[in-house]
Write a protein that binds this ligand. Structure first.
Ligand SMILES: *Cc1c(COP(=O)(O)O)cnc(C)c1O
Length: 429
């Protein structure tokens, strides 16, 4: 760090000498690991580039469509580019998905029928999915359980790993199970995220027992962190959010589904209506940003991983428990830090907020959020509202006061955010 940078930080953000010491040490400790991620980024960039070239993407794909959006070539070709990248038969990439939850909801709801059962094998799904399935405290009208579609959960073991035998028993015992839900990233749980190799292993076990179940993977935050994706190992359908990795910080919103054609088509019928599916849907001039975001995504995702690893190392040195540890191989961009204290949690988030390009002046306060069961504190100063590929931190205000930090369009900014966050945490001690 230049002396001038340090002075700048002290003059503007009141960073202590102790904070700088931790910062310097963490940078040294993580340098070697970063080289591995540069290689992943290089491979994935090539993969994305080639997909664009294979589908012959040109200026014509950026045109503005209105109305019904029939024959929107930008949209239809983007579906193919995604399918190419994820090595699937089909893709459905739409601004009409209001969020990742919506894409996941369509992927699931489109592929189950009354009397079918969903089996979640990576424990309780992400908070916002509980409302979709009908598992939340506050019932939502129209949740799947109201349609006679029940959900069973197989918990992870005490080490946060899949329980292969229990999963197999559950599937064998109940022929109404038609869809398996696997969540790659940790969400608001204190467990590690699943490497693609671990997801591949559980899929192998499931397919040993039954081949007629559809395997769904929630891929949120996982895209481009490894050189392979779950769809290359038997995941039949997968979904995620464009406000995360694969939007590259440029797509202004949306979600995606990739997978087997019949399953993606069924999900498209849920997004629109049966008979219309993915063939309607004007894109209102958004396609250029979707393509450009996708093109940037391998780079941006790795910048975010570096921010996560750096944050983990910083917090380890400062004496906090982190999930995953800084030295762990990553499969998503999430870093959890256990503060064990609500003030430290809120201060950390305030630091991230103060370091944001947008809304740096805003005060972070815990708030009840739609879709979540407890109060949440959120730091977000993003160009795209709520975008979590941009540097952001949040956490439910409940024991043990865990902050989840993710994103960072570039590591230079990520580092600064973490530095200010740490400095505010150390103030509490
Ligand atoms: C973020 C997330 C979702 C939901 O995505 P939204 O765009 O916030 O609706 C679902 N599952 C996991 C694991 C996530 O991290």
């Amino acid at each position: 760090m230049l002396k001038k940078t340090e002075e700048f930080l002290i003059d503007n953000y009141n960073i202590s000498e102790r904070t700088f010491e931790i910062y310097r040490q963490a940078l040294k400790d993580t340098a070697e690991q970063f080289e591995d991620y540069d290689e992943i980024r290089e491979y994935n960039q090539l993969k994305v580039l080639k997909a664009f070239q294979t589908e012959k993407i040109s200026d014509a794909h950026f045109t503005n469509t209105t109305g019904y959006g029939l024959d929107d070539i930008g949209r239809d070709s983007l579906d193919k580019v995604y399918a190419n990248i994820f090595k699937t038969e089909a893709g459905l990439v739409r601004p009409h998905f209001v969020s990742g939850t919506h894409a996941i909801g369509c992927a699931i709801a489109g592929n189950v029928r009354p009397g079918d059962k969903i089996l979640c094998v990576s424990g309780l799904p992400y908070d916002t999915l509980l409302g979709v399935l009908g598992l939340s405290k506050k019932k939502n009208s129209g949740s799947l359980d109201e349609f006679g579609i029940k959900t069973d959960i197989v918990d992870l073991d005490s080490n946060g790993k899949f329980q292969f035998e229990k999963i197999k028993e559950a599937i064998k015992a109940d022929s109404s199970i038609k869809l398996i839900h696997i969540q790659r990233s940790t969400g608001y749980a204190a467990r590690k995220s699943f490497l693609v190799s671990e997801i591949a292993e559980v899929i192998r076990h499931i397919k040993e027992v039954r081949n007629d179940v559809s395997i769904f993977v929630d891929n949120c935050y996982g895209e481009f962190i490894e050189i392979v994706e779950p769809t290359e190992f038997g995941a039949d359908i997968m979904a995620g959010s464009l406000m995360k990795n694969i939007g590259g910080g440029i797509a202004p919103g949306g979600g995606y589904i990739v997978g087997k054609k019949n399953l993606v088509d069924a999900a498209a019928n849920r997004l629109t209506v049966p008979g219309v599916g993915g063939e309607y849907g004007a894109t209102y001039g958004l396609m250029r940003s979707f393509y450009q975001g996708l093109f940037s995504a391998p780079h941006v995702s790795i910048e975010a991983v570096k921010t996560a690893i750096f944050c983990a190392r910083v917090m380890e040195i400062a004496g906090f428990k982190v999930f995953p540890p800084s030295s762990d191989k990553r499969t998503d961009i999430i870093q959890a830090i256990e503060f064990g204290n609500s003030k430290k949690l809120v201060n950390f988030c305030s630091g991230i907020q103060a370091g944001s390009p947008i809304d740096a002046f805003a005060v972070c306060e815990p708030w009840a959020m739609p879709g979540y069961d407890s109060e949440i504190v959120m730091a977000a100063g993003a160009f795209i509202s709520g975008s979590t590929i941009e540097l952001s931190a949040d956490g439910p205000v409940r024991e043990p006061y865990i902050a989840y930090i993710q994103g960072g369009l570039n590591f230079d900014h990520g580092k600064i955010g973490v530095l200010i966050g740490l400095s505010k945490v150390l103030e509490v001690e």
